[in-house]
Structure formats: C-alpha cells, structure tokens
Ligand binder design. Structure first.
Ligand SMILES: NC(=O)c1ccc[n+]([C@@H]2O[C@H](COP(=O)([O-])OP(=O)(O)OC[C@H]3O[C@@H](n4cnc5c(N)ncnc54)[C@H](O)[C@@H]3O)[C@@H](O)[C@H]2O)c1
Ligand SMILES: O=C(O)CC[C@@H](O)C(=O)O
Length: 390
C-alpha cells in the first residue's frame, strides 16, 4: 500500500507503517491513501486507487468532502489530538493581548543602542500598561475538543467564562467545569464579553459568522481571538472595527496580507498545532486510521462516512460504500446467495447520503461477482480484503 504525504508528518506516526506492507513518501503518482495536514486538496486530482485521506489535525476545510464521498474515499481527522497545543496558545494569546507584551518586547529591543536602558525602561513602561484577565468575561464560541479546554483553563485563571455551542456533544458537556455559564444565544457573548474566542469548524454555516453586525453588537475594547480559521471573520468589517478602535486586539493564527499592516493585530504563523506532542499525537492517530481502514476496512473518526468496526472472523471481507437508499443490502445479499456464498458476519451503517457495509464469508468470491456488485446503481465502491490466517 502506498501512502502519499502532502505535508511534514511526524516520524512517530510514520513508523506505524510497517515496511513489509507500506511505502510512504511525497513522490507517488499512484497511491492508496493520503496523509495531510493543511495542504489544500480541492484542486487536486486523485489517484484511481485512492481509498482514504487522513487529516492529521481537526479542520477538514482543505479537503473536498463531497467529491470524496461521491468517489467512495473515506476522510478521517484526528479529533482532540492537537487540542491541548491550541489551548495553550490561546491562553498565551489572552495574556499577549491584555498586557501589551508584543509592543513592550519590540520597544525594549529598539533600545539596543542606548546606554541607560534600565532608566528608559522605567520611564517608558507606562505606555504598556494592560489589564489582568482575572475577573474579565471570556466568551467561548464552539465547545468541542479545544473550546472546552480553553474554557476550563480560563476559568482556572479566574476568568468568568461563557460558552456557546448549540451542538455540544455529551462528552464535551461532561468535561466542562460547572462554573462555565451556558449561553443559548451567541449575541449574549457579543454583547457582554470582554474577550471572545472562536473554536468552531469552518463550513458554509460558520464562514463570516463574525461580520459587521456581530462586531457592532460587541462591547467597546473587546479582544477577539481566532485560532480556528481566518474565513470565520469578515475581514473588511474586522479591519473597520479595528481602525475605529472598537476592538482592542485581534489575535489570529491566520494572517493575511491586509491584516499585517493593521494596528492591534497580533498575527501568528498558524502555530496552534505546532508542538512536538501534538504533531506526534495527530500523526499517530492518522496513521492508525489509515492502517485500520486499508487492512481491515474498519472506519474510525471519519468525517464523511459512518463509524463501522468489526473484528475480522472470516477469510473474505467485502467492504461496500453505497448510497443510503433502500434495497442496497438486499441486492448485494441476493447476488451472494445466487452464487451459493454464505454470509458469516455483517455490519452496516448509514450516515447522511452514504452507508458503509462490511460482509464476511469463508466462501471463495470471483472477480466477476465483485464487478457485478460494482455495476449496481447506488454502489459507490466495493473492496475485498483477504486474511489467510483467519
Ligand atoms: N490553529 C490551529 O492550528 C488549529 C488546530 C486545531 C483546530 N483548529 C481549528 O479549530 C476548529 C475546532 O477544533 P476542535 O478540535 O475543537 O473541533 P471539534 O469538532 O472538537 O469542536 C468544534 C465544536 O464547534 C461546535 N460548533 C459547530 N458549529 C457551531 C456554531 N455555529 N456555533 C457554535 N458552535 C459550533 C461543534 O458542535 C463542536 O462542538 C477546527 O475545525 C479547526 O478549524 C485550528
Ligand atoms: O497541521 C497543522 O499545523 C494545523 C492543524 C490545524 O489547523 C487543525 O485544524 O487541526
């Protein structure tokens, strides 16, 4: 199996691919899997053999999910694997923006030609006074893997934290500290919070969610943090709000040419997940997802297909991606039984427009039969996995 790498991936994860079964590298023209971080795949034409894409990270807006589903390509991400790294950077961002650290550091550097630095520092430090974060209101929009950690850490630093997430998972809700206020309308965060941080995925519903209206409903001197995706914020409206001194700071991991010259912008080079720990975690999880799918057909942490896992207990495993419509399973089962093939085990799950089915048998399956299955309308992909040792 060939795994094409599109970004720098931690060796820790790559070591999971044993040399007997896998080759990995950047150069392949034909490949079975892609392992990617932030590289954009929307304009990439895929190898015919491509079966899955693993995003070593959380955001999948760099991957054409609809096209992948239509072509029967399973897309994975690595939920939570880099959440702690991002949380720590957001906390750094809160402190950077409140205490004017960047401006202070730059000013001190500018004194390098002076002899009386200690005296100048004492005289000039009044220009860099900034508030403490304790007791201030922080609004966290999106309470997933990162948002929950940020909310809890900020509460531990004595901030008063408000959280908004209409789709919060049970797991996230359990993890959230009891003292985080639950907000039902995001406007409450805009109207009441001194610090606002975004932790939602970038999709058609969230793009531009911080627009002119949202910005105008915010209090004066709000500090806004965007460690999620640049497109969540309407850049023109943001620049206007910064120039009008409505916002005290915009701290972002997603700089653009226009933002770089705007005052009160603190821009980082997409460093959220750039820690050795997070890079190892993401690469390990992504590599395991690819291996589990290519070798066993099991799907874990997919963003476009259902979760389906079953231990292999028969020699042949047929893995089918099909449209989530009536008569799919019955027609496959009929084709198998017409050839005298007995199904030993089976699992099938739907998710949105697609479904995934694993069927197991110990009876020999001909290539013609697999081809006939592929021809059936609604069947997107059929793959057979043979385990001789079962
Ligand atoms: N800066 C970085 O390096 C970096 C690293 C990791 C993730 N990210 C970005 O952060 C995002 C969040 O990451 P995560 O790991 O917490 O993901 P996650 O999937 O665990 O959490 C996202 C949360 O957002 C919520 N949500 C979705 N739409 C919402 C809406 N309209 N309003 C409020 N909440 C909404 C979901 O219910 C979910 O709980 C990623 O999608 C990615 O774009 C950036
Ligand atoms: O891979 C990275 O460095 C960034 C990942 C991050 O943007 C994510 O969405 O997980």
């Amino acid at each position: 199996m060939r795994v094409k790498l599109l970004n720098k991936i931690s060796l820790h994860g790559l070591k999971r691919f044993d040399a007997e079964g896998y080759l990995y590298g950047e150069e392949f023209e034909e490949y079975d899997a892609i392992l990617v971080r932030s590289a954009k795949l929307h304009d990439m034409s895929f190898s015919k053999e491509l079966k899955c894409i693993a995003r070593a990270g959380a955001g999948v807006n760099n991957i054409p999910l609809d096209r992948c589903s239509e072509e029967g390509i399973v897309v994975f991400n690595t939920p939570g694997a880099n959440a702690n790294a991002v949380k720590e950077l957001v906390i750094a961002g809160l402190l950077l923006s409140a205490r004017k650290l960047v401006q202070g550091i730059n000013w001190v550097k500018s004194l390098c030609e002076e002899d009386d630095v200690a005296q100048l520092v004492e005289k000039g430090k009044a220009n860099f006074v900034g508030p403490e974060i304790a007791g201030k209101k922080l609004g966290v929009i999106g309470l997933g893997a990162i948002g929950v950690k940020v909310a809890n850490a900020a509460a531990a630093l004595d901030m008063e934290v408000y959280g908004y997430d209409p789709y919060i998972s049970v797991q996230a809700a359990w993890t959230l500290k009891a003292r985080i206020h639950h907000v039902k309308n995001v406007r409450q965060i805009f109207e009441e919070c001194d610090y606002i941080t975004l932790h939602v995925p970038c999709n058609e519903h969230t793009k531009g969610m911080i627009d002119a209206q949202a910005l105008s409903s915010m209090k004066e001197n709000v500090r806004l943090f965007n460690f999620a995706r640049g497109e969540l914020v309407d850049e023109n409206a943001l620049i206007e709000a910064l120039q009008a001194e409505k916002l005290a700071a915009y701290v972002t991991d997603f700089p653009s040419k226009h933002l770089l010259t705007v005052e009160r912008v603190i821009a980082l080079p997409h460093l959220g997940a750039s820690t050795p720990e997070s890079e190892d975690n993401c690469a390990l999880m992504a590599a395991d997802e690819i291996i589990e799918y290519l070798q066993y057909g099991n799907i874990k942490n997919s963003v476009n297909m259902p979760e389906v896992q079953m231990p292999q207990e028969a020699k042949y495993r047929i893995c089918i991606i099909n449209k989530n419509i009536p008569d799919m399973i019955s027609s496959v089962a009929a084709k198998l039984s017409a050839e005298g093939i007995n199904i030993e085990n089976m699992v099938s799950k739907g998710r949105g427009d697609y479904a995934y089915t694993i069927l197991e048998t110990n009876d020999e399956i001909s290539l013609e039969l697999l081809e006939r299955m592929r021809q059936r309308e609604g069947i997107v992909r059929v793959r057979i996995i043979v385990q001789d040792h079962v």
